[in-house]
Design a protein. Structure first.
Lengths: 165, 99
């Protein structure tokens, strides 16, 4: 089982890095003299810096459209407020209790919060995330809970564990 | 001009509007935290729309890949830097603007 747990992340990351090089070099064949070793080195560094962990790939795939749509809404929301003559904002600083474990899950959460409508991560101290809310009238809490649930599904911490694990 | 040209013109103009909104927010919003909202979110969408508009015109898939990589990296950098600036401001005791 150990092998299988290592081979899939190696394959996924390797393919991604190959894609990055192919894209940067515009597919020039002669560039692979440099690109090949660079991909291998990058793969080794990535495995050392970010050891593979259990990811629910179905949840990850479902997170992408969720994130894109919500961040588009976030942009529309803040753009509308910036253009509005009366500047309809009512900022608040709130404290949100995370149930996500420290490490990558929290990093994903903190970064996503800042791109979603009306919220901005300001500080994180263990399980307490301080969030700046642009407009206190909005239902920011539901948005944060939904986001946290989605992130926790990616890392397989919820009841929706995938059978592949 | 064919349909794809119109579509990419539309996306590029829309992207420009979001960049304008981000800059307007930077100028009009009252404090550092609210300005970060404008910059991270509006510019992220603006760049996304511009990337989409340019991807339609790209001559090869490698260029599309490059555009998507740029967008992804800006997204990551934008969100991380916004956190660092907001966190720095809070640690320095900069109070948030309240209505």
């Amino acid at each position: 089982m150990m092998n299988r747990n290592l081979i899939i992340p190696l394959l996924v990351r390797g393919l991604f890095l190959l894609f990055v090089w192919w894209s940067l070099s515009g597919g020039a064949l002669s560039s692979w003299w440099i690109g090949g070793p660079a991909v291998v080195l990058a793969l080794l560094v990535s495995m050392a810096l970010l050891p593979p962990q259990h990811l629910n790939s179905y949840a990850l795939l479902r997170f992408i459209p969720f994130f894109l749509i919500r961040s588009l809404l976030g942009g529309v929301d803040v753009a509308w407020r910036a253009f509005h003559p009366r500047l309809p904002i009512n900022p608040l600083l709130i404290s949100y209790r995370l149930t996500l474990p420290a490490g990558l899950p929290q990093v994903v959460m903190v970064n996503s919060v800042s791109l979603l409508p009306g919220t901005l991560s300001v500080a994180i101290d263990q399980q307490r995330l301080q969030v700046h809310v642009l407009n206190g009238g909005q239902d920011y809490l539901a948005g944060l809970q939904q986001l946290e649930q989605r992130v926790s599904r990616i890392f397989g911490e919820s009841h929706q564990r995938s059978k592949a694990e | 001009m064919n349909i794809s040209d119109y579509l990419s013109a539309l996306l590029l103009i829309a992207g420009g509007l979001f960049f304008l909104a981000g800059t307007l927010g930077l100028l009009r919003f009252p404090d550092i935290y609210t300005r970060l909202h404008a910059l991270t979110k509006a510019d992220n969408v603006g760049l996304g729309l511009m990337v989409a508009g340019l991807a339609i015109q790209a001559d090869s898939w490698a260029v599309v890949g490059k555009l998507l990589l740029i967008w992804g990296l800006v997204l990551l950098a934008g969100a991380s830097v916004a956190y660092l600036i907001a966190n720095g401001a809070l640690k320095r005791g900069i109070r948030l603007w309240r209505r």
